[in-house]
Write a protein that binds this ligand. Sequence first.
Ligand SMILES: Nc1ncnc2c1ncn2[C@@H]1O[C@H](COP(=O)(O)OP(=O)(O)O)[C@@H](O)[C@H]1O
Ligand SMILES: [Mg+2]
Length: 412
Amino acid sequence: MVFGVGSFAHSVAQILKDDGAAVSTYLTRNYGHFPPSLSGPVYTREAFPNPCPLLARNKIDVVLPMSIDWAQAPWAAELLRSKIPIFSPTGEAMRIERDRDFARKLCAEFGVPSPKAAVARNRLEAGEFLRRQPRPYVIKNPLCSPTSPIHTILCETLEDTRSWLRNIDYAEGVFLQEYMGRAEAGHIALISGGEVHSLVTNQEYKRAFVGDMGVVAGAPLGGLIERDPDDKYGLARQLIHPLLPWFRKVKYHGPIQATAVRRDGQWFAIEYNIRVGVTSGPMILRMLKHPTEIILNTARNKKLNVEFRERLHFGCSLTLAGYGYPYVQIRGPQLPVELVEPFDCDVWWNEVTRDNDGQLMTTGHRIADVIALGVSLDEAIGKAYSNIRKIRSLASYYRTDVGRSLWPPGNI
Ligand SMILES: Nc1ncnc2c1ncn2[C@@H]1O[C@H](COP(=O)(O)OP(=O)(O)O)[C@@H](O)[C@H]1O
Ligand SMILES: [Mg+2]
């Protein structure tokens, strides 16, 4: 059972269904309910405030959460007691994503380079820190959650940082992390049976507009993955393997995604996520020969034998953004989504529903993720673009330059 909504739930449910699994979705948020219903039964929070009885009744083998917020739910302890395997680390192991300062300390302890950072509880403390260590800082929530009062604000100068620090909600404090530049890349692995299994090196196009301009949007506008079990860019070796003693100590099993920025010839870990993610997840699962078996075995902390499907070395994900995005305060009416031609790659609907006449309609700002895989990067990118052009919706847009910057890893 997937815990999530939108294109993440739609894609994961469908890919596992295609692999022979019986799938369903517990809808953890109040939007994006229609897409996963195309792949299997869906259950709302209103009808099932606590999903645990549902898991027991339906004899669910594994839970796949879209985000880490399930661990804060009132039923989280009951879920853990039920011993139903979860495709995510649990307990102490979750802190590497949830608590940014904890991750920073972990890096320091195991010799992984990470940017200078500090937590400030209020504007006074933040100002004081800036006076002592005047640099540009990225402003983040200290505790990660989709409902945090702050979402990452990328400041590139000291003055940008000063301006923003006058203008944020300090309810949960702030995490100030030195701005490290734009040469970013990521690496995603599975940890199971106490071993690291590299899957892919990836890039996410986080800025809203072509040319890597505009704000960092709520979720990426595009993404690339390269199958990388041998860690050809060295990201796993530098950012994930050094933490192995800690992974083993906390019995970590599940996905791990390291995001890093390269500066002065070195990769610095800027964030760890404990999920395959909404952008890369659907591409990774399609690349695996036996996705269901891999997910089950990881959730059970078993030894893995990761096999990839032939001829799928690269993946490209493009997001079709709708009216008003990325400025989500701007809201339009529900608008028609028209399909001009049949697709020949995966298209995962996000904030879209079907009206009584069978017409697809937008219900929010992110319409769809169009995902193509290929033997080469050019093939994957070409296929994704030829398919995203088949969707029409008023004032929708997508980035036309995915793959032309930020790749290969370390380039800008
Ligand atoms: N210290 C930093 N230096 C440069 N860019 C950063 C830094 N921290 C974050 N970013 C940029 O902001 C994006 C989002 O930050 P991240 O820490 O991954 O938070 P989240 O994914 O929770 O929003 C990163 O992917 C990166 O592009
Ligand atoms: Mg991130």
